[in-house]
Design a protein around this ligand. Sequence first.
Ligand SMILES: Cc1cc2nc3c(=O)[nH]c(=O)nc-3n(C[C@H](O)[C@H](O)[C@H](O)COP(=O)(O)OP(=O)(O)OC[C@H]3O[C@@H](n4cnc5c(N)ncnc54)[C@H](O)[C@@H]3O)c2cc1C
Length: 497
Amino acid sequence: MSVIIIGAGISGLKTASALYKHGAKNIKVLESRGRIGGRLQTITGFDGIRKYDLGASWHHDTLCNDLFVEGVEAGEKYIFDDDFFIYIDKERGRVDRDPEMKLEIIDREINKYTDMEYYQKLGSKDVSFQELASRYLFEKRKYLTDDQIRYSAQVSRYLELWHGIDWKQLSAKDTYFGHQGRNAMALNYDSTIDRIAKTFPSEIIELNTEVNSVKQDNNKVVITTKDNKKYVADYCVVTIPQSVLELSINESAKNETGRIEFDPPLNNNIQNGFKSVHYGGLGKVIFEFEKICWDQNEAKVVTLAKTSSSFVDAVRQANTFDDLLRYIDKDNSRMITRDCWNQPLYFNNLAKGLDIASFMMLMQSPLTEYIESIQNDKDKVFKFFQPVLDSVLKSLGGKPVVNGMSDLKQVFEDDVPVLRNIIVTNWTQEPYSRGAYTACFPGDDALDMIVALDRGQSSRIRFAGEHTVMDGAGCVYGAWKSGQREADYIADRMNLK
Ligand SMILES: Cc1cc2nc3c(=O)[nH]c(=O)nc-3n(C[C@H](O)[C@H](O)[C@H](O)COP(=O)(O)OP(=O)(O)OC[C@H]3O[C@@H](n4cnc5c(N)ncnc54)[C@H](O)[C@@H]3O)c2cc1C
């Protein structure tokens, strides 16, 4: 073969599509799963009609997102579902747009405080976002009301649902990032995947083909699959997720599913790059209802983690910031028992804009790992989330939820939200994803890994994927662009351009 591409996610498919367009016909895409798309996966709900994206849902950065523009031109559907957030506290109810508390304005100030700490000063030590937000509250306490101290940092935590990790793990430096325009929800990402896959013959893709070794032999690359099938190619583009690629430098992971043995081993720059980066665990739960019986005018509801007035006392009374940190450490250890009010959760009301009687909820690690591990016990999942679901419905003028999952024919009163099904994602449990996407813990900097993977293992063994780009890092369009980059690089060397 001239080129073997490992992985049929959007980056692998784009690599194949662009290479084929350049004139390289002798190519193959080897995909371990029985489907294409990778972390883009569209499924249908209990009625066989509603569609949901279990992986990515949004086109981010639409001011500079060429994949979005291309899709729109090709007739792909989308909605700009940007909306103001409703924030719900367990005890107090709605706390958004409150003329007394003005929490959204304090959230913006915490954002600015972070920016000044890391981007306008040199040498600031990166800490967890929890620590930095608490330091803001401590330092500025005389300018803040008790309610602002109690709730504002909890509001800022909605960013956990971007990064897919809890604020105790999240790098403060990395927490806020600039958006390049609004977000458009794709309807749905299967149309993008299918469109790209149709730009080259389907025989190019081999499904159910896990690659286990990539060996460079002079100017050839030998790729071996789990079934011991060997391919010899001039070039190889590896697009497996960062979490799976990282197994390659870990000897003790030798028998892990999806692991690729590189010979020679991944170069030092790549190995070092992995030392300063982690992987997040964004997950989703879809709550499917019989019919819409709540407000359809608001799209976004965030339930906040519970707080107590003793936190306000601790902030007010601490003599030093270290005193406050000691209080926070104790508070963290009290949160060991799992509870739906221990962390913020984001509910997307699909009734607005899409007219679908469902909520798509986003959750973060470590909750995702737990919920995905109990996904087959839908009643247990429901019981866990019932208190927040009821609060969300109440904030939208709806009645408490009724569990109608066991008997789909059972009839209930007209204005009662009857839950018919729950769908839970599986990204943290699946060996070919092992989580969601790149995330930074305190002290991390993804740049080293990105630069090393962009340069490649060699001129013959290349990398593409969301973890190999700066612009659009972690995003669908970034992954897509990296596929074009590698196709251009190879086409150039093959004198195809
Ligand atoms: C829950 C969730 C929500 C997200 N939300 C958004 C969003 O709203 N907007 C956005 O822009 N991004 C979002 N993302 C991120 C986005 O989905 C990814 O950045 C993007 O899809 C990654 O594409 P990729 O081609 O780099 O990797 P993947 O899609 O993971 O493709 C890699 C492929 O390699 C295959 N593979 C793995 N190991 C092997 C092996 N040994 N041999 C052969 N094949 C192998 C895998 O099966 C997979 O198909 C989200 C991700 C998740 C999980």
